[in-house]
Design a protein around this ligand. Sequence first.
Ligand SMILES: Cc1cc2nc3c(=O)[nH]c(=O)nc-3n(C[C@H](O)[C@H](O)[C@H](O)COP(=O)(O)OP(=O)(O)OC[C@H]3O[C@@H](n4cnc5c(N)ncnc54)[C@H](O)[C@@H]3O)c2cc1C
Length: 291
Amino acid sequence: KELLLLMAEHTSDPAHASRLSHLASAAGKQAYSDYIQRDGRGLTELLQEFRSCKPPFGAVLELVTKLTPRYYTISSSSAKDATTLHLTVKVVREPMRNAEGRTKVGVCSTQLEALPASTGRAAVFVRPSAFRLPADPTKPVIMVGPGTGIAPFRAFLQELQTRAARGAGHSGHTRLYFGCRHSRRDFLYQDELAAAKADGSLSELRVAFSRETERKVYVQHLMRDDGAQLWKLVHGEGGYVYICGGTSMGREVVGAIQAMAVEHGKMSDGAAADYIKVLTAEGRLVQELWS
Ligand SMILES: Cc1cc2nc3c(=O)[nH]c(=O)nc-3n(C[C@H](O)[C@H](O)[C@H](O)COP(=O)(O)OP(=O)(O)OC[C@H]3O[C@@H](n4cnc5c(N)ncnc54)[C@H](O)[C@@H]3O)c2cc1C
């Protein structure tokens, strides 16, 4: 609201000044909520709409909030190629929720999309990831990554393939649960996954297509179907479960594991909830989720 007042102060058109002041006032609370918050209007768009407004650059800089960094999970393995790093990014450009006719344009993902392939530059920093393959190569690895959540598991598979090529392969079962809407439209890395399955670095590939059947099928449904088998891998063989992607998916998947503990481990609800805590504390349930 301070920005709106600053803009109002530096506007030559009285109608613009009045509208901007109203948006920043207590009386304009509803207008602010609709026009700014619901419709997702930022500074750039306001300056384009209120063309008579020329606030001093320094004053604007003092008021704008710092852009927060966006995190992306690295989707390639340095074991395979130490000089190139891959990201798997969903470009956010879609109809805005609750704001008819407006488009939500993601700040960072669209900038990444627009980067020229060979000459583009981006400011980045690297944060260590919690995703690490188990030190013991005999342990089962259960990966759950629908959509762009597949990113770390593509890196895992590259690492497993590289290890196998060096004669130090992973002997434990490896399984990926991937999900997307349509098999022909957004099945990411389909060829690479098929190759990993063929060369044995991926023992089992389970894919949920959510828009191809009347009932929407998601990864958690496949996991529930595979309950007995998964329970044996996780509980019986000390397997590791890695989950990456949307927060609500993560919640459902953890719920599916908890349900397995009840159904196949014959645990009470409370004991199953504790079991999840133990898995997490032991580093055998690792999640990287975002909204
Ligand atoms: C640890 C971590 C790892 C991640 N890894 C990846 C990854 O590998 N790949 C990947 O693609 N992303 C990943 N993300 C998400 C990523 O960091 C960004 O949040 C995402 O790319 C959107 O950023 P943006 O700047 O393009 O969009 P922003 O401008 O930040 O817009 C996104 C915001 O808009 C909201 N929004 C989204 N759609 C709509 C809509 N239709 N209407 C209204 N509001 C909407 C969202 O709720 C969100 O708050 C990860 C996030 C975290 C925390």
